[in-house]
Write a protein that binds this ligand. Structure first.
Ligand code: FE2
Length: 454
């Protein structure tokens, strides 16, 4: 009976996506053959010049349920691609977050698991619903005592330099309040800090003000999804999708569903990727939006260049099970005119539209980021957990230029060039020292609020 159901789901997936060469619900070991003759694996992807990074979510289970295997495979892949940082899509600690920066889960589920030298660069984290069942401020405060954990606020941004003329704005959201809206004090701690409308306004303003060529948004809850447990999230579709599309976001990374998925509704300018398979898995149910869905423990690796974001998915053994190329859609979001290399910029009508869109901020399409925005952030060396009592030497970024962040959020307006992965011999694993971190120090006033005041 069970095998019949599995077979039926598989057939449904294949029929429902007829003509689509991408795999749905199947393990693919030879990507080049299975993706079809028109798919190119993009030989320039994951080059040392690209911004290569890892994406993993829903992992914190003390190493059990495949978490340790995934962490080990991530270490290998991260070394191979020279990953500059890792994105955690939330549900960082099961089942109820952490209670303090001294919570044993920090070692059991994070420091002792992701101990490969290649994974010692910064981890940009978001909060998941399970993290809200603990004290979320502990995860924010851990930013102060770890040289790689980075969660400066419930939601925040960072700008990454892709090359001399290309920037990527990464927006990290706190989607539990957005998805659930009504505080559930019996289920979550500190729901008095929720203010979903304020965060949505912040997202709108942040994306609107950004001139970055890439806009990548990360949240825990999927907007579009198909699985045995979750369906599309109508609240997020209503509140977030118009903002993402209006301001030219190209990609939304999520977790929450314990599998690997790639979805794109017909006609959507946004690609939706789910990497929530850091430990336990959950069955997939492909929908009309599904390009790829696979129940497997694993993770994703991405390579960001000026013109494309390459995303590959891997299982717990480090085998690549999916690959996709997401082109940068050069959409001038103020005039809604799409700009390509073939666009005739001498056309009076086109020029009128563009000029109307650039009266405040100077030339936009193809223009170079301002010197102000090019101000560099100090990059960290090999990350490690600091011994107790030592001061922070890492300054992830320094505020510069106008801020798009209201008190409810935190934004880094400076360019940040993530360091390349450290050589194995140069990295240390802080947890090995057994030292407990020092209490969090107060942030310097110039760096902005460590957490929202709402
Ligand atoms: Fe979740």
């Amino acid at each position: 009976m069970r095998s019949s159901v599995v077979l039926l789901l598989l057939v449904t997936a294949l029929v429902g996506c007829g003509g689509n060469p991408t795999p749905v619900g199947t393990r693919v070991d030879d990507i080049a053959d299975k993706l079809g003759p028109d798919f190119e694996l993009a030989p320039d992807a994951f080059s040392p010049d690209a911004v290569n990074f890892m994406i993993v979510g829903d992992w914190g289970r003390n190493g059990f349920f495949n978490q340790r295997n995934v962490g080990r495979a991530m270490g290998v892949t991260a070394a191979e691609i020279g990953a500059r940082f890792t994105i955690s899509t939330g549900d960082n600690f099961y089942t109820a977050g952490v209670q303090s920066i001294d919570d044993p889960k920090w070692d059991r589920s994070f420091e002792d698991i992701y101990d490969a030298p290649s994974l010692q660069s910064r981890w940009y984290a978001v909060l998941g619903n399970h993290d809200w069942q603990g004290d979320y401020t502990a995860q924010i405060n851990y930013t102060e005592v770890s040289d790689r954990w980075f969660l400066p606020a419930r939601y925040y941004t960072e700008i990454i330099a892709v090359d001399d003329t290309t920037e990527a704005l990464f927006v990290y959201l706190d989607t539990t309040p957005l998805s659930e809206r009504e505080p559930n004090a019996r289920k979550y701690e500190r729901t008095e800090d929720w203010n979903p409308d304020r965060q949505i306004e912040w997202l709108d303003a942040t994306l609107a003000a950004s001139e970055a060529e890439w806009k990548i948004v990360v949240g825990h809850h999927p907007i579009y999804v198909g699985s045995v447990r979750y369906e599309n999230n109508p609240r997020l579709i209503e509140d977030l999708v118009p903002i993402l599309e209006r301001h030219g976001a190209q990609v939304y990374f999520a977790g929450h569903d314990h599998n690997l998925q790639h979805l794109r509704p017909e006609g959507s300018p946004v690609d939706y990727l789910i990497s929530g398979a850091g430990s336990l898995t959950r069955g997939v149910v492909p929908t009309e939006n599904t390009l790829f869905a696979l129940r497997v423990s694993g993770y994703m690796a991405a390579s960001l260049t000026r013109d494309a974001l390459y995303v590959h998915a891997f299982d717990e053994d480090g085998r690549r099970v999916y690959a996709t190329n997401i082109p940068r859609r050069r959409l001038d979001t103020h005039s809604d005119r799409e700009i390509s290399d073939e666009t005739d910029l001498s056309d009076p009508e086109i020029r009128r539209d563009l000029e109307a869109a650039t009266t405040d901020d100077g030339p936009r399409p193809g223009g170079s980021p301002s010197a102000e925005r090019r101000a560099g952030c100090a990059s960290s060396g090999p990350a490690r957990r600091r011994p107790a009592g030592t001061a922070s030497v890492r300054r992830p970024c320094t505020p510069a230029g106008r801020s798009t962040s209201p008190p409810g959020g935190w934004a880094c307006r400076t360019r940040h060039t993530p360091p390349a992965a450290p050589p194995p011999s140069a990295a240390t694993v802080g947890a090995a020292s057994g030292a407990r971190p020092a209490p969090p120090t107060r942030r310097r006033s110039g760096r902005g609020a460590g957490r929202p005041s709402e």
